[in-house]
Design a protein around this ligand. Structure first.
Ligand code: ADP
Length: 470
């Protein structure tokens, strides 16, 4: 089977979060299973672009509103990623340093999607499936089926994977002229709640829709940022498939980002050495449990609760612990977290920003990873943490609920709580501190979680099963 994945992110070329990790791994595993999986994303101005060679494979152009855009498709020349990576270059529109966060993101990603559809329509043979990811690619099924110029794609099967339904690519109706000439009586396929809603359109038009965990699919029926009814109507075509992790990238035995590699057999020693280096670097106390948070500092991740929960924990919990935070996002949360640096020197530190290497070092050196998320479609951090023997402390939601079992249950290996509140977080931190004092238990749990199979093989096979049905 030949599959083309369309996305805004793909690790290691461009990553802002879990979407990049998944699109950088799933195609590799689909290829290993004997299929041809390719990826196309926008050409951003990143380090990877300048460090690798690319060949031009296609040049084309299209009109969007009153403007004409020329685009070039380039392909990574050496197959360094384990799959063919194609980049769409549109001068002055896509070739920026960041992936998202510009005022004209709607124009940028609409143009990207038109270019992808235009390019695929020119292929001599057609792919078996067009697999689009999140709202930045979710207008593609509509365009393939309803745009006059692309009728030759109308019967190709499409899959939409939803990594995060909070962001939906809303567009005012006055931007409907951005789309290439389309059958106007089909406007209902674009609209949700009086605006064009890219994600809703993708859910309606794709042959199948997947979410990145089964638990998240259930949650979307009552918590989908306004699309709850749509997920209820379309439940027949929706399937939840848990993400895997790329065990070639995330393996403490081979990880070159970390100071001391380790595996299940020498997990305690390996972790202790990595913890010491991390604690020395950030002025923390290596004798106390180290709890980390890595992620976007936004409401979905309940990052706004961290400053109070950390302060309360450090004030009130006897025995003490350390916290180390890595993330960026809401400026007021960033500010509050930085303010704590001076207040709790020796037990707390925070790094504001994005740092892939430090993230690996933190998974390796920490004892616990905290994820109090309000919404967590799958969550990769808890799986990476477990692979590195770091015990997850998670709120029971979405993929966190699907992957972590509380130590109070039979064969449990994590700490789970129900509410995204300061009280539930501090109570869980208390449980973590208690657990840390039972050295034997910690060693056993560490070995247990490092051996849980979160590999992609299983999930990649499930996606192939979905393609076969369409
Ligand atoms: P998201 O909702 O952000 O996609 P996931 O848990 O699915 O959350 O994936 C998060 C990914 O992004 C993980 O690989 C995590 O290590 C990484 N990540 C998030 N924030 C940072 C950061 N500030 N620095 C380095 N890596 C980060």
């Amino acid at each position: 089977m030949e599959i083309i994945h369309v996305s805004a992110e793909c690790y290691p070329y461009a990553k802002a979060g879990g979407l990049g990790d998944v699109v950088g791994a799933l195609p590799k595993y689909q290829n290993k299973l004997g299929h041809i999986a390719k990826v196309v994303i926008p050409m951003y101005n990143t380090k990877f672009l300048h460090e690798n060679e690319f060949d031009v494979v296609h040049k084309g152009g299209f009109g969007m509103a009153h403007y004409w855009f020329n685009y070039t498709v380039i392909k990574e020349a050496t197959n360094v990623l384990g799959f063919d990576l194609y980049l769409i270059d549109i001068f002055n529109l896509l070739d920026r340093e960041k992936i998202y966060g510009y005022d004209d993101d709607i124009e940028r990603f609409t143009a990207f999607q038109i270019a992808v559809v235009d390019w695929i329509s020119k292929w001599e043979h057609k792919p078996d499936v067009v697999h689009v990811h999140d709202h930045q690619a979710a207008l593609i099924p509509f365009m393939m089926q309803n745009c006059v110029a692309y009728r030759n794609l109308s019967s190709l099967p499409t899959v939409l994977t939803i990594h995060n339904a909070q962001y939906q690519g809303w567009m005012d109706w006055n931007k409907s002229s951005y789309l290439p000439e389309w059958d106007k009586w089909k406007w209902g396929l674009l609209e949700w709640n009086k605006t064009i809603n890219s994600l809703a359109s993708g859910v309606r038009c794709a042959s199948k829709v997947t979410t990145v965990s089964p638990g998240y699919l259930n949650e979307l029926k009552y918590n989908a940022n306004g699309l709850e009814m749509l997920f209820e109507y379309e439940k027949g075509k929706c399937v939840g498939i848990l993400n895997g992790i790329d065990e070639e990238v995330w393996d403490p035995a081979t990880d070159t980002y970390i100071e001391t590699q380790y595996s299940v057999e020498d997990a305690d020693e390996g972790k202790a050495l990595n913890k010491k280096i991390l604690c020395d670097q950030f002025g923390l106390d290596e004798k106390k449990p180290l709890i980390i948070f890595i992620g976007r500092l936004v409401g979905e991740k309940a990052a706004d609760l961290l400053p109070q929960a950390i302060s309360d924990s450090l004030y009130y919990i006897n025995g003490g612990m350390n916290f180390l935070i890595l993330g960026s996002g809401d400026p007021s949360v960033e500010y509050q977290l930085q303010q704590l640096n001076g207040k709790f020197m020796g037990y707390y530190n925070s790094q504001i920003g994005y740092n892939e290497k430090l993230a690996h070092q933190m998974y390796a050196g920490a004892d616990f990873l905290l994820m109090p998320s309000r919404v967590e479609p799958c969550g990769l951090n808890q799986m990476y943490a477990m692979r590195y023997g770091t015990i997850p402390i998670v709120r029971r939601t979405g993929g966190l609920n699907d992957t972590v079992k509380d130590i109070g249950e039979k064969d449990g290996y994590g700490i789970c709580f129900n509410q995204a509140t300061v009280g539930d977080i501090t109570n869980s931190v208390y449980r973590a501190v208690q657990l840390y004092s039972q050295k034997k238990n910690i060693t056993n749990i560490r070995k247990q979680i490092m051996q849980i199979d979160f590999s992609w093989e299983n999930s990649a096979g499930k996606y192939l099963g979905i393609y076969q049905t369409i």
